[in-house]
Design a protein around this ligand. Structure first.
Ligand code: ADP
Length: 405
């Protein structure tokens, strides 16, 4: 079957560099380039007869693939069924004026396209150039950025509004009330610290995201880092009567390749959460193991049991698979409130918090697990969570095993 193409495509060849390129050489080259463009490009034409359909006279490979163009001179309406796009093309052919518009294909896999039309100059046969550009990903990113900004502003505005209200009260009717002043100042201090934590987390997240494609250098002893993080959290734990228990191979180092500070941040965020969402008097078990393989996606024989209890097991970050790759695995298991199955896949979204979850006096920022995800991604590692409401949660982090040089 003849596949419609730019007519000169087959003859496209680089002119001999010693010779002066002819007009035909240039035309061939140009056609070859257009054919390689990622954006669909069409030349459409209307025959001189009244009410003649607009036909596709040439198309590049991207257009043929997108619009499933099968033969020469197919009518435009048969391949591009969107009435507004057809109207725009008709309009350009009728008025000679170029247009630009956007349209969405619709359906569950809807994609957004920008369309440019431009009359081909000096063409007695009324031809126009139509270029489509897939803007789906760009739009999604734009929407994500806007959502992120709106969420971040909202999160900062809440404590700020509280501080502003207390300042006004202290300047007004509570001016001479010493007892109220101390109470309000304490609240303002909590809110100010919350804003500080939010800003710190936002800065961390943006720094980590900037570096996400740069592989980390260095190696670190994960058991040692876990011990240091646990020591740092002891004051919080004793205040809450939660015990932290570490199990690691005795007397040997457990070495992962990666950046020590970022690995410490992963553990800090996960252990901190375990303590935050655990009831008083419970124990958080942290274990560090070498030579683990990555297999959390396996549903496992207990998958149905987890499901019946309203819980589940979800892989939140999965490394590129390689059977030989061994990992250092860190598991953090708490006896806290647990997380219902439907929330598990969303835990690493920025600002996502499980509805109705109580984080105690120190409210979370909703950014801790997003930070964990990006660090694990950068380390080409893995992250999985298993949880049952009312019983507890286990997070497992997998970091590529390393060696001290
Ligand atoms: P936050 O700062 O709110 O803790 P995270 O990104 O660290 O934000 O966690 C997102 C949400 O996941 C939390 O708000 C909480 O609802 C839930 N979550 C995280 N860790 C646990 C846990 N160990 N037990 C129960 N829920 C948890």
């Amino acid at each position: 079957m003849a596949v419609l193409s730019f007519p000169w495509r087959k003859s496209a060849a680089l002119p001999d560099s010693a010779a002066t390129p002819t007009a035909n050489d240039r035309l061939s080259l140009l056609a070859a380039v257009v054919d390689l463009l990622p954006d669909p490009v069409l030349i459409v034409q209307r025959a001189a007869m009244p009410n003649a359909p607009v036909r596709v006279m040439a198309s590049n490979a991207a257009a043929q693939e997108l619009l499933r163009i099968r033969g020469d001179g197919e009518s435009l309406i048969a391949v591009l069924r969107h009435p507004e796009v057809l109207g725009t093309v008709e309009n350009t052919l009728a008025t000679g004026e170029g247009r630009t518009m956007t349209y969405e294909t619709g359906g569950p896999q809807s994609r957004a396209f920008r369309v440019w039309t431009k009359m081909l100059e000096n063409d007695a046969r009324q031809s126009a150039l139509v270029v489509l550009r897939d803007e789906t990903d760009a739009r999604r990113l734009e929407r994500m950025r806007a959502d992120f900004l709106a969420n971040a502003s909202h999160e900062l505005r809440t404590p700020l509004a509280s501080i502003t209200a207390y300042v006004e009260t202290l300047q007004g009717h509570a001016r001479d009330d010493i007892e109220a002043r101390d109470r309000f100042l304490a609240i303002m201090s909590v809110q100010a610290r919350r804003m500080g934590r939010l800003i710190d987390d936002l800065m961390s997240l943006s720094r980590i995201e900037l570096n996400e494609r740069v592989p980390p250098s260095g190696v670190c002893d994960v058991a040692l880092v876990a011990r240091e993080v646990i020591d740092g959290l002891l004051p919080v734990c004793s205040g809450k009567n939660v015990r932290l228990q570490l199990t690691a191979p005795a007397g040997s180092q457990v070495v992962a390749s990666g950046e020590r500070d970022q690995i410490a941040q992963v553990m800090q965020n996960l252990i901190d959460n375990a303590v935050k969402y655990a009831p008083e008097g419970t124990t958080v078990l942290i274990s560090v193991n070498a030579s683990a393989s990555f297999e959390p996606e396996a549903e496992g024989p207990d998958a149905n049991v987890l499901r019946e209890q309203g819980g589940g097991r979800v892989c939140l970050v999965s490394p590129e698979r390689s059977h030989e790759q061994r990992y250092v695995m860190v598991r953090i298991a708490d006896q806290g409130s647990g997380i219902a199955r439907e929330h598990l896949p969303r835990l690493t979204e920025r600002f996502y918090r499980v509805p109705g979850q109580k984080s105690g006096e120190i409210g979370g920022t909703g950014l801790g697990l997003a930070i964990v995800k990006h660090i694990v991604n950068r380390h080409r590692g893995g992250l999985a969570v298993e949880s049952v409401p009312g019983q507890g949660t286990v997070f497992a982090v997998f970091l590529p095993q390393g060696e001290f040089g």
